[in-house]
Every structure is written in structure tokens, then in C-alpha cells.
Write a protein that binds this ligand. Structure first.
Ligand SMILES: *[C@@H]1O[C@H](CO)[C@@H](O)[C@H](O)[C@H]1NC(C)=O
Ligand SMILES: *[C@@H]1O[C@H](CO)[C@@H](O)[C@H](O)[C@H]1NC(C)=O
Ligand SMILES: *[C@@H]1O[C@H](CO)[C@@H](O)[C@H](O)[C@H]1NC(C)=O
Ligand SMILES: *[C@@H]1O[C@H](CO)[C@@H](O)[C@H](O)[C@H]1NC(C)=O
Ligand SMILES: *[C@@H]1O[C@H](CO)[C@@H](O)[C@H](O)[C@H]1NC(C)=O
Ligand SMILES: *[C@@H]1O[C@H](CO)[C@@H](O)[C@H](O)[C@H]1NC(C)=O
Ligand SMILES: *[C@@H]1O[C@H](CO)[C@@H](O)[C@H](O)[C@H]1NC(C)=O
Ligand SMILES: *[C@@H]1O[C@H](CO)[C@@H](O)[C@H](O)[C@H]1NC(C)=O
Ligand SMILES: *[C@@H]1O[C@H](CO)[C@@H](O)[C@H](O)[C@H]1NC(C)=O
Ligand SMILES: *[C@@H]1O[C@H](CO)[C@@H](O)[C@H](O)[C@H]1NC(C)=O
Ligand SMILES: *[C@@H]1O[C@H](CO)[C@@H](O)[C@H](O)[C@H]1NC(C)=O
Ligand SMILES: *[C@@H]1O[C@H](CO)[C@@H](O)[C@H](O)[C@H]1NC(C)=O
Length: 704
């Protein structure tokens, strides 16, 4: 309460100040809203807050474009008009620059102009040891491997994404608006021969105030308190969450949870998400898309053969969400398996093959990573060696080079580590790197299609690009074939059918286009339900979102829905059900919601522009990817991910011209002086009114 009334005084002054500023110059009224911006937002875990924010009324500073070292010096020490709003090309967005700015009180905010190609020396704002505290290696399990002691996976990682900045940082799309900003800067703020520019100056204002502070424990406690005492509870932060996608070759009764008798599954896994420094920019081409595309293409290749000649064991495909944030999806699935809340349990798991980063193979060897600690057990070691032998025999028939790293090397960061935390499941992670990542742009805004060489001749229409088979597509197709055959063999499938399993280059090309260039393409739209198209469509003229976000409400624009429907197309069958039967197949003989899921999809657009929707039956399911920490209300958990995202009201950026503070103060001063003078005059007039006015009324005394 006391704080409320305290605010009045500065507010009054500020509003007076603003009024006078507005009146002092016509140019004040010219605001240019910058609308293609993406902020860095605040995220919280059990113990820290990271990210950025502005003050509640936005942060304002004089615009300065950072182009040389001299500019940095100007901003941090010599420039006469602090605080500065720094606009920079992505090349200047480095740890050393940002830390200097973080340390300085002369920086009001930063805007980074997005670029599609990164610096050749590499750039990764992630940590050098991703998910360090939530993997399998701890002081109790392979202590000599914990904290990346043995292999630093992401040596270029500078940790910028995990810093806490007290000022706003935005990303700007490089378009006409950056030209407007540059022009405003050049016209008003450029130094001329070293001397300071004159007012009026071009200023920028960024709004990204964040409601949550300190850490998840604090934020969730406050939210819970509000929920119990307030009629209108206001949430301050939300757990990061979305869905995992899974399917199996032989359908499993999803209404029965827990152990399944006589069921042994080989799991093939990949991750669905990535991140970068900024809120929902996460291109994740090598980091994530390469493995999604490989696993989808493998599922498609494997499926028809597995129906014709079923292998002895079941094959279970799974895509985990939220892995970038301390393994949200995989830790939840493992937790559900342990607690009989999932369709199978850990006793049903025979072995596991995870697809890691795989897009930068470049004709070189692939690597099979395994866990040296669980392999000390001879039983487990034999099973892993068997899996290795299976993959090797397939690779040699495909003429692919494949190796194992040194027997003492730890597993790279992977969902598989969450299984190993619970029991020594035999498994491998397949990747294009022997030790540290080949990826020089891990979890950064440069991990794009260009980096994977997914580029097209300039004369192709979008429809032709969709079909165009790049070298990257050919390379990933080989890997997908390897994966599909290896899993089939691992599941006990007969060798004589292996040659029937071949991934399709055209499909891989289309997947790469949809996941890296543009989700709004004819193929993706034919696979989605009609309500996902049209208004509020999840299709965009850009790739899908790879940042996990807060998407438990099923309006998901994220990659999850795309994978769900693509997988349904690749592993499902077209049925004759009509729309209402498709939505409610319970009463249709031979159909079962326990075993299958049914989706009503648009189908391809015909020549006359209409579509012919149909019903697809598949065993593709979603399962919650919300960290068990929130299920257990253990917000300070050290076992499970605790990442939450702060809520906010406004994200906005604009530029405008400001007059000199002296002029502003003078205007204010003049205003106040006029006020005071008029008060005095009024007082004087009213107190002497009788004297002043009576004199005029009374006739003049004419006696001299
Ligand atoms: C962005 O702003 C420009 C003008 O400032 C306007 O023409 C354009 O439509 C806006 N774009 C969006 C997506 O709002
Ligand atoms: C930042 O400031 C702290 C103390 O204020 C100082 O110890 C540190 O060296 C500074 N870092 C840089 C990079 O300037
Ligand atoms: C880190 O690894 C080295 C050898 O690679 C080993 O000598 C050292 O003890 C390890 N450190 C810890 C803390 O385990
Ligand atoms: C929370 O994040 C910070 C910053 O990355 C990290 O230093 C800390 O260890 C994390 N806390 C937990 C409990 O994981
Ligand atoms: C951007 O600028 C180019 C030329 O500079 C112009 O052709 C184009 O129409 C502009 N786009 C918008 C949205 O203003
Ligand atoms: C800057 O200096 C150069 C020569 O030193 C001179 O030609 C030029 O006119 C100066 N520009 C301004 C704006 O003073
Ligand atoms: C799946 O399990 C439920 C619960 O036990 C059972 O009622 C149902 O008949 C099963 N469905 C099939 C297709 O077996
Ligand atoms: C494998 O391919 C052969 C020859 O193309 C074909 O005759 C056979 O039916 C296929 N088998 C399976 C299980 O798809
Ligand atoms: C991409 O293309 C460049 C130039 O052709 C080549 O040097 C690079 O190795 C290629 N990268 C991959 C991953 O194929
Ligand atoms: C090795 O692992 C198997 C299966 O997990 C377990 O049953 C066995 O007890 C382990 N052996 C040793 C020596 O730890
Ligand atoms: C998958 O999509 C293709 C067209 O892209 C279509 O021909 C096929 O019937 C679909 N299959 C299923 C099971 O939906
Ligand atoms: C559009 O073409 C399809 C066959 O391609 C036909 O079944 C349908 O009736 C046509 N619709 C219209 C409105 O002409």
C-alpha cells in the first residue's frame, strides 16, 4: 500500500515532464512502431532467473548503431547522452560485448539485427555442457564423467542464453524497418568528426516487462497463494510444456497403463525441440530437425515391411519435447513408465536407439555413442555389443562408414540418459560427431537450413522446391535407411527382408523443406485436419516453432502437431469412416479408440480447388511433456526440470525523436514559472481586489 502512494510523486513529475516534452516539438509526435521484433524473455528454474526484461513502463535510450570498437567505447564511456539503446548486427552479438554492456549502467537495451549466416568461427549461446545437472552422470554415477569432465560437448558454448540481463534485448528482422532505424540514426545521431551529435536525437523504446522474478519456487508459491486468496488469480509464470509424440508398429492398448505381458519393444527416439537466445526463434536445423526428419523417414520405410513381415519384438517410435530444458519430455515419459501411468513400463523396454545430431555428416563416418558405466555390467555390455553389431552389419551393406568412440567416453547429452538414470537399458546414440559436436551453432539463431546446405536453385517455385532433392536430403536418406534396417534387425526381423526397407529421398526432401523453409506447403496442408488450416492456420511461410513454449492448450503451432500428423500419414491407413464416425468411432465395428487414434485430414487440393477430406487410422498418440516436478509440486526439484516462463503484458518496440533534456527542462521550467507567476498574480489580484477594482468603480478624487 505504502509503495502505491509513494509512486504518485514521480508519476506526477513524469506526466508533467511528458506533457511538456510532447508540446515542445512537433517531431515528438512521430513514433515508428517496430513490428517484426522478438524479445528475449525471462525463464526461471529452481534456483535462478535468466533472460531479459525492461522496466514496467519500457526502457528508453538514445539510439546508437554498434559498427566498430570505437562505437563500443562511445557507448560504454565517452558518449555524452547515456543511456544508449544499442542496435547491432548479429556479428557483434558476442559474449564479450554483451558482458561489457551488462556491466555498464550506460546501456538501456539492445536490438540485434537477425542474420541467417553465422560467424565462421562459430557461435553458441548455450552452455558448453548442455543439461549438465539433469543427465545420468553425477557424483553417484560415473563421477569421473560428470560435468563434461571427460568430453566438453559444446566447446563453443558461451552461456549467454543462461545470463540474467537487467535490460531488454530484442531481435529485429532485417527488413525495411531496420532501414528506417539506420536512417533515423544517420540523420540525427551520427558523430561528425568525433564531436557529439546535437538534439533532437533519435531514441528507441523497448517494452518487455516480466511479471515473474527470482526463481520457479518463488513464482509458483506466489501464484498458488494468489489462487487460494484472490477471486481473480493472476498467474506469474507457467511451466514449459507441450506433448511427446509416440507410435508403435503393433498397436498397444492405450487404455491399460503399466506393464504389458509378452511385450518387448525396441525404442527409436529423437528430440523435437531446440532454443536460441530469443523467445521463439529456434531454427535448430542440425540440432533437432536433422534427427526428426531421419526418424520420420525411417518410420515410413520400415512400416510396410513390418506389417508384411512383423519382427519378433514391437518397435516404438518416440519424439520427445522440451529436451533442451533439462529433458522435460523424456523425464516425464520415464517417470510415467516407473509409476504405471504409461502404456508400457521399463520392463517392456528391450533396447533403445536414439538419433542425435546427424545432418553434418558430410560423407564422413557416423558414430555410435554408448554409456561406459552401464557397460561395465557384462550382461548389459553383451546387449549393447549386439546392437552395435546389428547396426554395423547393416552399415557395411549400405557402404556407410560407422564407428564407436573410445570406450571410456561418456554419452553425449541425450534423452537416453534419462532412461539410464533409472536402469541400465542397453542403447546407443547415433550422431555425426566423434567427441564434441560438429555443430558450430548449437542452440543458436544460425543453426538454419543454410547451415545444412538445404538451399535451392533460385529459379524454382515453392512447389518445385518442395520436391527438389538436395544433397542434404540424399545424405539423410542414407542415414534413415540405416536406422530403419537396424531397428528392424534389432527387433528380430529377418535379414532377407532388410533390402525391402529403403527410405525415400523425395520424402526426406519434402520433410526438410517443410521443417526448415516453409511449413505452409501443399504436402503439409494435405496431411492436417481442415480446422488447422484456414483462419488461425498453424501453417506459416516460415518453419514451425522448435521452442517448447507453454502449449498444453492444443492450439499448438509447434512442431508437435506436424510430427503427429505426418507420422499418422506414414504409419496409418486410410479408412472409409465419415467425419462423425471418425470423431467418434466407438460404435463402428472393428474400430477401437484404445488401440488407435483417428484423424480427419484435409487431403490434397484437387484441380478445381476443393479438397476431399478423409479419416486416417493410426496408432500415433500424444503424451504430456510436463516436468514431473510440477506434478509432484516439487518446484525446487534437483531431479526434474523446473523451467518456467514468465508472463508479460506488452512486447513492443518503437523509435522516435527526443528534444534535449535542457530544452525539456526549460519547457518544464517555463511551464512551472508561468504557473507560479499566475498563482502569485491571482493571489495578488484576489487579495488586492478591493483596492484594485474599487478604484475604478469609485469616482476619482479630483481635489489636488
Ligand atoms: C508493420 O508496420 C508497417 C508500417 O510500419 C505496416 O505496413 C505493416 O503492415 C506492419 N506489419 C504487421 C505484421 O503488423
Ligand atoms: C564487471 O564488473 C565487475 C564488478 O563491477 C568486475 O569485477 C568485472 O571484472 C566486470 N567484468 C567485465 C567483463 O568488465
Ligand atoms: C576428470 O578427468 C580426469 C581424467 O580425464 C581425472 O583424472 C579427474 O579425476 C576427473 N575429475 C573428476 C572430478 O572426476
Ligand atoms: C538453474 O539455472 C542456472 C543458470 O543456468 C544454473 O546455474 C543452475 O544450476 C540451475 N539450477 C538448477 C537447480 O538446475
Ligand atoms: C521495402 O523496401 C523495398 C525497396 O527498398 C520496397 O520495394 C518494398 O515495397 C518495401 N516493403 C515494405 C513492406 O514497405
Ligand atoms: C569533418 O572534417 C573534414 C576534414 O577534416 C571536413 O572536410 C568535413 O567538412 C568535416 N565535417 C563536418 C560535418 O564538420
Ligand atoms: C483395452 O483395455 C480396456 C481396459 O482393460 C478393455 O476394456 C478393452 O477391451 C481393451 N481394448 C482392446 C481393443 O483390447
Ligand atoms: C520384398 O521385396 C520383394 C521383391 O521386391 C517382394 O517380392 C517381397 O514381397 C517383399 N517383402 C516384403 C515383406 O515386403
Ligand atoms: C555445404 O556446402 C559447402 C560448399 O559447397 C561445403 O563446403 C560443405 O561441406 C557443405 N556442408 C555439408 C554439411 O554438406
Ligand atoms: C547386470 O545387469 C543385469 C540386468 O540389468 C542385472 O540383472 C545384473 O544383476 C547385473 N549384474 C551385475 C554384476 O551387476
Ligand atoms: C498419406 O499422404 C499421401 C499423399 O501425400 C496419400 O496418398 C496417402 O493416402 C496418405 N496416407 C495415409 C495413411 O493417410
Ligand atoms: C472437384 O473435383 C472433384 C474430383 O477431382 C469432384 O469430385 C468434385 O465434385 C469437384 N467439385 C466441384 C465443386 O466441382
Amino acid at each position: 500500500m505504502g509503495q502505491e502512494s509513494f509512486k504518485w510523486f514521480p508519476l506526477l513529475v513524469v506526466s508533467l515532464f511528458h506533457t511538456s516534452v510532447r508540446c515542445s516539438s512537433v517531431e515528438q509526435k512521430i513514433y515508428v512502431e517496430l513490428n517484426s521484433t522478438v524479445p528475449c524473455v525471462r525463464l526461471l528454474n529452481a534456483t535462478h532467473q535468466i533472460g531479459c526484461q525492461s522496466s514496467i513502463s519500457g526502457d528508453t535510450g538514445v539510439l546508437h548503431v554498434l559498427e566498430t570498437e570505437a562505437d563500443l567505447d562511445w557507448i560504454l564511456s565517452t558518449g555524452p547522452h547515456p543511456p544508449y539503446m544499442v542496435v547491432m548486427e548479429a556479428a557483434f552479438f558476442t559474449r564479450s560485448t554483451m558482458v561489457k554492456m551488462k556491466n555498464s549502467s550506460r546501456v538501456a537495451g539492445v536490438a540485434v539485427i537477425k542474420s541467417n549466416t553465422g560467424p565462421t568461427e562459430g557461435f553458441s549461446p548455450h552452455t558448453s555442457c548442455p543439461n549438465q545437472n539433469t543427465g545420468v552422470y553425477t557424483e553417484h554415477y560415473g563421477p569421473e564423467l560428470a560435468n563434461c569432465n571427460n568430453t566438453v560437448w559444446n566447446p563453443l558454448g558461451n552461456g549467454l542464453s543462461y545470463e540474467d540481463f537487467a535490460f531488454p534485448i530484442f531481435s529485429l528482422k532485417d527488413d525495411n524497418q531496420t532501414q528506417v532505424i539506420r536512417k533515423c540514426y544517420e540523420d540525427h545521431n551520427m558523430r561528425m568528426n568525433g564531436s557529439a551529435p546535437q538534439y533532437p536525437l533519435c531514441a528507441m523504446q523497448l517494452f518487455s516487462h516480466m511479471h515473474a522474478v527470482t526463481d520457479t519456487v518463488t513464482c509458483m508459491r506466489r501464484t498458488d497463494l494468489q489462487n487460494s486468496f484472490s477471486i481473480n488469480p493472476e498467474k506469474l509464470c507457467d511451466p514449459l510444456s507441450d506433448f511427446n509424440v509416440w507410435t508403435s508398429i503393433r498397436p498397444l492398448n492405450n487404455s491399460i497403463k503399466g506393464h504389458k505381458e509378452n511385450e518387448s519393444v525396441v525404442i527409436a527416439a529423437a528430440r523435437l525441440d531446440g532454443r536460441s537466445f530469443f523467445w521463439d526463434i529456434a531454427p535448430s536445423a542440425e540440432g533437432t530437425v536433422s534427427s526428426i526428419v531421419t526418424l520420420l523417414a525411417a518410420a515410413q520405410a520400415l512400416y510396410p515391411v513390418a506389417l508384411e513381415a512383423p519382427p519378433q519384438r514391437n518397435i516404438f517410435f518416440t519424439f520427445f519435447q522440451g529436451e533442451a530444458f533439462d529433458y522435460i519430455g523424456s523425464s516425464r515419459m520415464v517417470y510415467d513408465m516407473e509409476n504405471s501411468k504409461f502404456v508400457i513400463d521399463l520392463d517392456n523396454v528391450h533396447s533403445l536407439l536414439e538419433i542425435g545430431q546427424i545432418g553434418l555428416r558430410n560423407g564422413q563416418s557416423l558414430w555410435m555413442h554408448s554409456d561406459p558405466v552401464s557397460r561395465k555390467n557384462t550382461t548389459v555390455n553383451k546387449q549393447v555389443a549386439n546392437l552395435v553389431a546389428n547396426i554395423k552389419s547393416v552399415a557395411s551393406s549400405l557402404n556407410l562408414s560407422l564407428n564407436e568412440p573410445s570406450a571410456t567416453q561418456a554419452l553425449p547429452p541425450s534423452s537416453f540418459q534419462r532412461f539410464l538414470r533409472v536402469r541400465p537399458v542397453p542403447g546407443l546414440v547415433l550422431a555425426d560427431h566423434q567427441a564434441s559436436f560438429t555443430n558450430r551453432y548449437y542452440e543458436s539463431l544460425y543453426d538454419t537450413a543454410t547451415y545444412l546446405n538445404v538451399t535451392y536453385p533460385s529459379d524454382l517455385s515453392p512447389e518445385q522446391q518442395l520436391e527438389y532433392e538436395t544433397e542434404a536430403a540424399k545424405s539423410l536418406t542414407q542415414v534413415a535407411t540405416l536406422v530403419a534396417r537396424s531397428i528392424y534387425k534389432q527387433a528380430g526381423g529377418e535379414d532377407r527382408f532388410l533390402n525391402n526397407i529403403t527410405a525415400d529421398t523425395k520424402t526426406v526432401a519434402k520433410l526438410l523443406y517443410g521443417f526448415l523453409i516453409m511449413s505452409n506447403n501443399s504436402w503439409f496442408s494435405s496431411l492436417l485436419p481442415p480446422e488447422a488450416l484456414g483462419r488461425g492456420s498453424i501453417l506459416e511461410s516460415s518453419p514451425p516453432q522448435y521452442y517448447i513454449g507453454l502449449r498444453l492448450d492444443n492450439t499448438v503451432k509447434s512442431v508437435t502437431r506436424f510430427v503427429q500428423f505426418i507420422l499418422a500419414n506414414m504409419t496409418g491407413t486410410v479408412t472409409k469412416l465419415n467425419q462423425s464416425q471418425c470423431q467418434n468411432p466407438k460404435d463402428v465395428p472393428g474400430e477401437s479408440k484404445d488401440l488407435y487414434s483417428y484423424s480427419w485430414v484435409s487431403g490434397p487440393v484437387s484441380v478445381n480447388g476443393t479438397t476431399d477430406p478423409y479419416c486416417v487410422r493410426s496408432s500415433v498418440h500424444l503424451s504430456k511433456a510436463l516436468s514431473p516436478a510440477f506434478e509432484l509440486t516439487d518446484y525446487g526439484s534437483r531431479e526434474y526440470s523446473t523451467w518456467t516462463e514468465s508472463r508479460w503484458k506488452t512486447i513492443r518496440a518503437r523509435i522516435f525523436l527526443v528534444a534535449s533534456p535542457q530544452l525539456e527542462m526549460m519547457t518544464l521550467g517555463v511551464g512551472v514559472a508561468v504557473l507560479l507567476v499566475s498563482l502569485v498574480v491571482t493571489y495578488f489580484i484576489s487579495s488586492k481586489a478591493e483596492l484594485l477594482f474599487s478604484a475604478t468603480r469609485e469616482p476619482p478624487n479630483t481635489t489636488y
